[in-house]
Design a protein around this ligand. Structure first.
Ligand code: PYC
Length: 315
């Protein structure tokens, strides 16, 4: 019987399952290389830990490993129902709260090794976690894409730790939970149209996140968003990497100054606060803040005879 110990949490509504022990041996070396080994040799473990019947499509997994970079409290590889993520903002907040819950870290600033570089997070005395994320950038402004069934859509391409296409919400579909299925459908069509048109990130990667923005309903937020993640699920939180990408667009338009704080409202009405600084090279360095709550401590059990050991497989 395989036993995998995990801690579940949610960050402003978006769940994270942090795998503490029982994961595959990925060897040593940079986290980018270990993520490749995970993807090539242990994809069944990814599916087993987050997908049905032990999880759900919306869960984001975070495998804790030994860090490669110095002075990091841990290394982490994020994954979801579609594969592996570069960075994950809400997941980092979940990891921070989980490590604190386990007594491995105290309030204060810590370094975390990820496949896209080292990031720093700070657990504040008010329990809010600040994530100083990877550099963000807008790579293209005002890109027009012809979306089958929906017509022309204009948006920006930006990197916030994952690749995003950011555009205003469809005119006739309010960002309401009752309209989630339509928004998923529309955003998925945008994603397919981008791929078909060969519109990719400036490193050649697929743009696998689509972000719609609309005016905020909360007075303490500047916009409300809907973010479609690669596996067809929408982010319940305002999406950390999506907020970084949005900040990169605002900064490029000179609509947000360094150090100016802004609120991002999620599709379910929860909030992140964000701001950015410029580093010596002039790169945009976003910080995202939010809260997470521990929801479960669990042992996942996998019996060799279980036909759904690696999730539910369609035959
Ligand atoms: O918070 O960066 C994020 C994120 C990415 C996918 C789901 N959440």
């Amino acid at each position: 019987m395989l036993r995998v110990h995990a801690i579940d949490s949610h960050t402003e509504g978006e769940p994270t399952r942090v795998i503490i022990s029982g994961g595959p041996d990925l060897g040593i070396g940079p986290l980018r290389e270990r993520r490749e080994r995970f993807a090539r040799g242990h994809d069944g473990f990814r599916r087993m830990t987050i997908e049905e019947p032990r999880g759900s499509d919306v869960l984001v997994g975070a495998l804790i490993v030994e860090p490669h970079e110095p002075n990091c409290v841990a290394g982490v590889i994020f994954f979801n129902n579609a594969g592996f993520l570069g960075m994950c903002g809400h997941g980092t907040i979940g990891v921070a709260k989980t490590l604190a819950h386990l007594g491995r870290i105290q309030n204060g600033t810590h370094r975390l090794d990820t496949p896209v570089g080292v990031i720093e997070f700070t657990i504040r005395s008010d329990e809010i976690v600040e994530v100083a994320s990877v550099p963000a950038r807008r790579s293209r402004k005002g890109v027009t894409v012809d979306v089958k069934g929906f017509g022309e859509v204009v948006g920006d391409v930006a990197w916030g730790g994952n690749w995003f296409f950011l555009t205003t919400a469809p005119a006739r579909v309010p960002l309401d939970r009752s309209r989630a299925a339509e928004l998923v459908n529309h955003a998925s069509a945008v994603r397919r149209a981008l791929a078909k048109a060969g519109i990719v990130g400036d490193d050649g990667s697929e743009i696998d996140h689509v972000e719609f923005t609309a005016p905020a309903r909360r007075r303490d937020c500047a916009w409300r968003n809907f973010v479609l993640c690669p596996g067809g699920m929408y982010d319940r939180s305002p999406c950390g990497t999506g907020t970084s990408a949005k900040i990169a667009c605002l900064a490029a338009d000179d609509a947000l100054k360094p150090g100016e704080h802004v609120g991002a409202e999620s599709f379910i009405g929860t909030r992140f606060e964000a701001w950015y600084a410029l580093n010596r090279e002039g790169a945009i360095m976003p910080t995202i803040c939010g809260r997470a709550w521990i929801t479960a401590e669990l042992d996942l059990l996998v019996d060799e005879s279980d036909p759904c050991a690696e999730g539910i497989i369609d035959r």
